[in-house]
Structure formats: structure tokens, C-alpha cells
Ligand binder design. Structure first.
Ligand code: GBH
Length: 457
């Protein structure tokens, strides 16, 4: 057998998100999301960039899907924009919004590409922010579930792979902050950490109600997953004492213990609750049962990890800072820790006690300082280096018997990178924004060869 090879039925894909690529923010009945408002507020997004045009994917999806087919992927993860489907958050369904996703999915299927749809990737309707402060209100969870029913009852004949929510911490713990200015939309400063934890509690509840809504509305069998971005604790040395330290540290970290724990185990992590004290969220009777729904898979977005070593301090571990010179890609937080893929999967199995739950890496990739050369090529050997190391780590998890079923590279093309606007490029295709030309980078050709040979090349 060739080295670093994957199982024959391995899912190879790429991932995107609606607000980051679609543009067309005021077309066919779409109303503003919190990210429209946030990015139009001066000082919030680098260079004043907004998602108004983004990659114009709303109009260029056919050309984009043709490039996906050429790449050789058989699976595509995208997200559905709530403000296209229920533009005022709650209330009437906008069938023109549904129609866009019908056209998109039909085109994917013509190219033999299976759709994997994320129902929420941060673009919540501004109307719900105006109405009750979006995730600060418990009502948001029910509004989300109603939106999910509207989508799945209309698109469930075409889509059977559903992901409820992308990265809960990123629109709760990064969208609300106690006595500071948060970096993500809606960008609300609150008074206490408890209020922040309440927003993520409402979001895990929304996930649970969403799971139930998908199963009730789907016309046939379907698969339901959450996409989480927990911080992967990686043992500094793979010895039993450091492994135990990394496992203990895992649940006590910021959002790990309050998101993946209740979703997969039915309880917040006790070490985290102790640490939070009076800042822990209010949890109503029945919430944990609603949150702890049966799942068909878990999606993990893995970009980096945190090294942990055993310690004789009171807690028994130490989460380490990176040395100043530690290599990273083109984001301040993007330290290169390829083992984080392997350890994230092993944490699902051992730390969270779910060894049989199928795992998909739903995002992995990096920003690089790409240069379009005069001959029209982009030689992103640094991105290939990053991706190659991470895929080897994924392959290791499979070779040790862990149920890793697929890998979606982030991302198909350079796009609106949230608070960093268009300044940071994560794509394997270069987006030339002035002309909207798509220029495949060398990493695109490299990834294509991995898929063709079904191994890391
Ligand atoms: C994903 O977010 C998103 O799903 C995707 O939309 C985005 O484009 C992509 O990754 C690239 O950023 O506390 O300083 O360690 C990942 C966002 C980045 C959020 C790292 C948490 C930790 C910052 N995550 N961040 S720090």
C-alpha cells in the first residue's frame, strides 16, 4: 500500500460560508444580517471591508462549481444564509432565497458533488438583534429552530447532510464581551461574563432544538452534526503523564467545557463550572436533555492547538504559551501544530467518551501571504507545507483506528475573512477582487493530486 493513504470511501471536500463568499446582500429579498451592520460600522473590520460583494458567488456559482469539479472533490460544505430564507428572523419564508440554494444544489448534483449544508455560519438576521439582542435572548433558540424547519422542509429532498451551527464560541464569546469591545458581530459589550455565557448557552440550546427540527422536517433519512472549534490540547510529549494532563486540561478550557461537553455528554464540564462560579449561565430544567441530542457525526474545525504539560501545581497541568519564534501562518493565532488534528479526534474518543462517533474535519487550512506573479501563478508552497503536515496527522488517526470519515479544506477561494476583511487569504484559489477572476494556486493542484491518489502527496 502507498504511504499516507486514505480509505477508499474517504470524503474529500472544501468548505465555504455564505456571508464570506455570496455578496448580493440586498438581492431577491435578503435583508441585513448582523455582519452587514457590523462591517458597515467604522472601525470594526480592517480597511472598512464588508461582504457587500465578497466573491459574487451568488451570481458566479456555476463557474465556481465547475472549478470544484475540476479539483476532483465529491463533497462541498457551504452554509445557508438565514437572512435570505427568513429575512426578518421570524415570520414569512422568502421563497426566492430558497430558490437560490435549489439552483446551487442542483448544479452541484449535475457535477456529481454531494452537498453538506451548514444551517448557521454567523450571519443572523439584524431584525432579531433589533428585536431582542439576538443570542442574549433565549427566544433566539426557538427562532433558529423555526428557520431550520423552514429550510429542511423545502430543501430536504435535495440535501441530506446537515450541520446545525458553525463554531458557537465565535459568535457568542467573540460577539459579546464583558467590559470590552468584541471582535465579531454583533459586537455587543455587556457587563458580566455571565451574560456572555448565557449567549453560548442559548446557542447550544439552539443546536439541540435545531437537531430535533431537522429530524422532524426531513422527508427521509439524513445525517445531523454540530461543527465545533474547541481548542485542542496537545500533550507536549506523548507520554502517559502529559497525555493525562492534556485530557484534564481539555474540558476546563474557555469554551470547550461549555459547548462540546453539554452537546456530547449532556453536562457542562465540572472543572469549568467551578472556575466560572457566579459567571456560569442559568440552565433551565430540561435544557441539558434538549442540548444532548443524538448526532450522526461531529464536525471539527481545526487550525491550531495548545501544548500542555503535566505539572505539580494544584490543577495538575499547565497550558503553555508559544515561544516568541514559534512558526505560524498569516494570522496572529495560527501557530502550526499539525498534531492538533490527531489529538482533536482522540479527544472525541477518549476525553469525551464517544469512540464510535464519526468525525469529519469540517475545516482546516491557513492564510498565507500569497503573491500573484506576473505569469499569473501563485506558488503557495507554505500553504502546501501546512496542509501536508495536517493531512498526515489526519491519516495517523485513521491508521490507529479512529473513525475519521472526511476532510473539508478551508477554503475553496479567498474570501471575506470576518474582522480581517479581504486582507487575509485562506483560499486554494486566488480571488482577484477587482476582476473577480479565480486563479487556482499551486495548492489547488497539490490538493487535487492528493484526492486523485487518495493519499498525502
Ligand atoms: C473559522 O474560524 C471560521 O469558521 C471561518 O469562517 C474562518 O474564515 C476561518 O476559520 C479562518 O479564520 O483567542 O487569539 O487564540 C476560526 C476562527 C480563529 C476563532 C482563532 C478563534 C482564536 C483566537 N477562530 N480564534 S485566540
Amino acid at each position: 500500500m502507498a504511504s499516507y493513504s486514505f480509505p477508499d470511501d474517504f470524503t474529500w471536500g472544501v468548505a465555504t460560508a455564505s456571508y464570506q463568499i455570496e455578496g448580493a446582500v440586498a438581492e431577491d429579498g435578503r435583508k441585513p444580517s448582523v455582519w452587514d451592520t457590523f462591517s458597515e460600522t467604522s472601525g470594526r473590520v480592517l480597511n472598512g471591508d464588508t461582504g457587500e460583494s465578497a466573491c459574487e458567488h451568488y451570481h458566479r456559482y456555476k463557474e465556481d462549481i465547475a472549478l470544484m469539479a475540476q479539483l476532483g472533490i465529491k463533497h462541498y460544505r457551504f452554509s445557508i444564509a438565514w437572512p435570505r430564507i427568513v429575512p426578518t428572523g421570524i415570520g414569512p419564508v422568502n421563497e426566492a432565497g430558497i430558490d437560490f440554494y435549489k439552483r446551487l444544489v442542483d448544479c452541484l448534483q449535475e457535477h456529481g458533488i454531494t452537498p453538506h449544508a451548514t444551517l448557521f455560519h454567523w450571519d443572523s438576521p439584524q431584525a432579531l438583534e433589533d428585536r431582542y439582542g439576538s443570542w442574549r435572548s433565549r427566544e433566539m433558540a426557538q427562532a433558529y429552530a423555526d428557520y431550520v424547519s423552514a429550510v429542511v422542509s423545502r430543501l430536504g429532498d435535495r440535501i441530506t447532510h446537515w450541520m446545525t451551527i458553525n463554531e458557537i464560541s465565535c459568535f457568542t464569546h467573540m460577539g459579546y464581551a464583558a467590559n470590552q469591545i468584541p471582535v465579531h458581530a454583533p459586537g455587543t459589550t455587556v457587563k458580566t461574563l455571565k451574560e456572555v455565557w448565557q449567549t453560548s448557552h442559548h446557542a447550544v440550546l439552539a443546536h439541540g432544538l435545531g437537531c430535533q427540527a431537522i429530524r422532524a422536517a426531513s422527508p427521509g433519512p439524513c445525517s445531523v452534526a454540530l461543527v465545533d472549534n474547541f481548542t485542542t490540547t496537545v500533550p507536549l510529549i506523548e507520554s502517559s503523564e502529559h497525555i493525562a494532563a492534556a485530557q484534564k486540561a481539555f474540558g476546563s478550557l474557555m469554551s470547550n467545557g461549555g459547548i462540546i461537553f453539554p452537546v456530547l455528554t449532556g453536562a457542562y464540564n465540572p472543572d469549568l463550572l467551578e472556575k466560572l462560579g457566579a459567571d456560569a449561565p442559568d440552565i433551565q430544567d430540561g435544557d441539558l436533555e434538549n442540548i444532548h441530542q443524538p448526532l450522526d457525526a461531529i464536525g471539527l474545525n481545526i487550525y491550531f492547538g495548545s501544548y500542555v504539560q503535566a505539572s505539580d501545581n494544584q490543577q495538575g497541568y499547565e497550558v503553555l504559551d508559544f515561544p516568541v519564534g514559534y512558526p505560524r501562518m498569516h494570522m496572529p493565532w495560527l501557530h502550526i501544530v499539525p498534531e492538533s488534528i490527531y489529538w482533536s479526534i482522540r479527544h472525541i474518543s477518549e476525553t469525551l467518551g464517544r469512540p464510535d462517533l464519526p468525525v469529519f474535519i469540517t475545516e482546516n487550512g491557513c492564510a498565507a501571504q500569497d503573491e500573484l506573479r506576473p505569469d499569473g501563478t501563485v506558488i503557495d508552497s507554505d500553504r502546501i507545507m501546512y496542509l501536508r503536515q495536517h493531512l498526515k496527522s489526519a491519516q495517523r488517526a485513521i491508521s490507529e483506528g479512529y473513525p475519521l470519515k472526511g476532510y473539508f479544506l478551508w477554503t475553496f477561494m479567498d474570501n471575506f475573512e470576518w474582522a480581517w476583511g479581504y486582507d487575509r487569504r485562506f483560499g486554494i484559489i486566488y480571488t482577484d477582487y477587482p476582476t473577480q477572476a479565480r486563479i487556482p494556486k499551486v495548492s489547488y493542484h497539490w490538493y487535487s493530486e492528493c484526492i486523485r491518489q487518495n493519499r498525502v502527496v
